[in-house]
Design a protein around this ligand. Structure first.
Ligand SMILES: Nc1nc2c(ncn2[C@@H]2O[C@H](COP(=O)(O)OP(=O)(O)O)[C@@H](O)[C@H]2O)c(=O)[nH]1
Ligand SMILES: [Mg+2]
Length: 248
């Protein structure tokens, strides 16, 4: 039986690109992912433009596309809710601006379905990755942030923040209830707790072409991320690990 797969597309005020991107992703999956039983979910929380109306129209146009509307903002909140409600064997998400080339989806998903990894993440910071158009400011903040994670938590992964990730059903069931953050720190929190609790994380080098149109407030997000790391270091990680030990 084919592995079931749900791809979540988190969106916030993306009326300019959501229709084109969904159509590109839909056609790509139709052509190249016959061996997966895939669906696409557009997850919107907080859009004030025409994104909800366009997303609803897309869910009517394509059988395998659906649209969920979540009351409060936060990309982490959207992923948590969708991953928790999903019935699929694998859940993935990607940024709607398609910064990561879709060709990188195959190794991401197969590492979970074929090679028994729990989580697979796109990485812009390992050998083999190609990054175009990223500003010096984003590049420096990203490298420094990931270095801090490695030094503080001896993490085995190199890029916590790439918007291109997948997780197995069982890992999501165990890990998602432990993730406190509902915003941008969600990814880092998930990865650190998983890594330190010996879940298997596969890092896939990606080809990333940066879209300068961003929802991220870079400086305040970086400060908030540091606060999140401190929260994990001074208690949060330990309590999550204790809980997981009881569970496994
Ligand atoms: N559902 C949801 N999606 C969001 C939110 N904030 C950002 N996104 C989406 O997250 C993805 C990455 O955002 P983007 O601004 O491209 O981040 P960047 O590439 O790091 O600058 C895009 O698909 C956004 O529409 C949010 O609060 N809720
Ligand atoms: Mg982007």
């Amino acid at each position: 039986m084919n592995t079931s797969l749900e791809i979540i597309l988190p969106v916030l005020n993306e009326e300019g690109i959501v229709a084109v991107s969904v159509s590109v992703i839909h056609n790509f999956l139709k052509d190249h992912f016959l061996d997966y039983n895939w669906t696409i979910t557009i997850a919107d929380n907080g859009s004030t433009d025409k994104t909800p109306t366009i997303s609803e129209a897309l869910s009517n146009k394509y059988d395998r596309v659906s649209h969920v509307q979540i009351a409060e903002r936060g990309r982490g909140r959207a992923l948590k809710q969708c991953w928790t409600n999903s019935n699929s064997d694998i859940m993935a998400y990607m940024d709607i601006d398609l910064s990561t080339q879709l060709d990188d989806l195959r190794p991401l998903l197969d590492s979970i379905s074929q090679n028994n990894y729990d989580i697979a993440i796109g990485s812009r910071l390992i050998n083999g990755s190609i990054v175009e158009g990223r500003s010096l400011k984003r590049e420096l903040i990203s490298r420094t942030y990931n270095k801090i994670i490695q030094l503080t938590f001896s993490a085995s992964f190199n890029d916590a923040q790439c918007g291109f990730k997948a997780i197995s059903r069982s890992a999501a069931d165990q890990l998602i209830p432990l993730i406190k953050d509902n915003g941008w720190f969600f990814d880092t929190e998930l990865l650190i707790i998983a890594d330190k609790s010996n879940y298997r994380i596969k890092e896939i080098p990606v080809r990333w072409s940066d879209d300068p149109d961003t929802r991220v407030k870079v400086i305040s997000t970086a400060l908030y991320d540091l606060y999140g790391l401190a929260r994990l270091k001074f208690g949060g990680l330990k309590s999550a690990q204790t809980f997981l030990k009881l569970l496994r």
